[in-house]
Design a protein around this ligand. Structure first.
Ligand SMILES: Nc1ncnc2c1ncn2[C@@H]1O[C@H](COP(=O)(O)OP(=O)(O)O)[C@@H](O)[C@H]1O
Ligand SMILES: [Mg+2]
Length: 335
């Protein structure tokens, strides 16, 4: 079994995987036209805005991903106190523009208490900037590396919030496609009660039966159907599988599926659901049954988010907690 502090498969590896997978695909071409984007890209990309960094005070790095770095900073607002925020800065390069646009489209269309809030966005000749709510507790991956596995009750509370947020995405026909421990952050330091989903760079508005063949995301969180060409409905179920992988990793402190540099090995482990529970791990039968339903190999048999929320493992989430989740009214952003 592989401890979490071994580096997760990165996007370069995903691209290599994408190439090697393209020959083995078995699904037929679809006749469905590509879905229309709900937002006009030309309005968002205004390269002459040129506001960029001058709007912010000093920067402290919060994290880094494959396309962007994220900094804690304060937004300077004339005649008002500064606004604390997280600023995601993407240097202009091939994949940054589409990734930035995907995040904007998502934030314009979906809002939930456990989805990070976007405050503002800018483009200047060098960078794309995404100004968001700042979270102080670090991501789940970093927390597991530092502190090891988590208690079942804590995991249950976190999983409930992730699933409720992803249910909200799916209801609006968006999929995340890159749910993983690095893309969920704790709102406060040393407090595991509140989380936010981040990183919507691979998110997509989908149609149920349309076939999607882009191999984006992080392979060790891929559901089996991600190795062929899944439909929009299947991509929603792939998000559910990834939540299962996250749950396993939080409960055990170990990678759920790991193939090192061997992508075929990783794929084979996932296709056969070859995951090993540590022998000394004590968790409830309800938790195991819940996870089993999130990670059915056949996406048709796998739970949807709504079904997951109705499982008995979720029944013991305090009612107070459940009533706290609500849909925020649509926020209109100035771009
Ligand atoms: N709003 C935020 N508050 C606190 N930390 C964040 C925030 N957004 C991102 N981070 C940190 O920065 C890292 C990279 O951000 P992310 O949006 O995932 O970038 P990428 O798309 O390049 O993966 C995350 O894994 C997380 O640790
Ligand atoms: Mg990320």
């Amino acid at each position: 079994m592989t401890e979490m502090n071994q580096s997760p498969t990165d996007k370069k590896q995903q691209q290599q995987l994408s190439e090697s997978e393209s020959d083995t695909s078995t699904t037929d071409e679809t006749a469905t036209p590509p879905p229309q984007s709900p937002v006009n890209y030309d309005i968002i990309i205004n390269k002459h805005t040129d506001r960029g960094r001058s709007l912010y005070t000093t920067f402290k790095k919060l994290g880094e991903g494959s396309l962007a770095n994220v900094y804690k900073t304060d937004r300077i607002i004339l005649n008002h106190p500064n606004r604390r925020c997280a600023l995601k800065i993407f240097p202009h390069q091939e994949l940054a523009g589409p990734s930035f646009c995907s995040e904007l489209i998502l934030f314009k269309n979906v809002s939930h208490p456990n989805i990070i809030k976007m405050f503002d966005a800018h483009v200047d000749p060098k960078y794309f900037y995404l100004e968001m709510e700042a979270c102080a507790g670090g991501d789940i991956f970093t927390n597991i590396c530092k502190k090891g596995k988590m208690e079942e009750e804590i995991v249950k509370n976190i999983i409930f919030k992730i699933i409720d947020a992803v249910r909200c995405l799916h209801e609006k026909d968006f999929v995340h496609r890159d749910l993983k421990c690095e893309n969920i952050v704790f709102v406060r330091k040393n407090d595991m009660t509140d989380i936010r989903l981040i990183d919507f760079g691979e998110s997509l508005h989908v149609q149920s039966t349309h076939i999607y063949d882009e191999m984006v995301g992080t392979p060790c969180y891929f559901a089996p159907e991600r190795f062929r060409r899944p439909s929009g409905d299947e991509l929603k179920k792939s998000d559910v599988w990834s939540i299962g992988v996250i749950m396993f990793e939080m409960l055990t402190g170990f990678r759920c599926f790991y193939g090192g540099d061997d992508e075929q090995k990783l794929q084979s482990k996932i296709m056969n659901k070859a995951m090993k529970w540590p022998a000394n791990l004590i968790i409830s039968e309800d938790a195991k049954d819940f996870l089993d339903n999130l990670m059915k190999i056949d996406p048709l048999k796998r739970f949807s988010c709504q079904q997951a929320l109705e499982h008995k493992w979720m029944n013991t989430i305090q009612l107070q907690q459940k009533t706290k989740t609500f849909y925020n009214p649509r926020i209109v952003y100035t771009l």
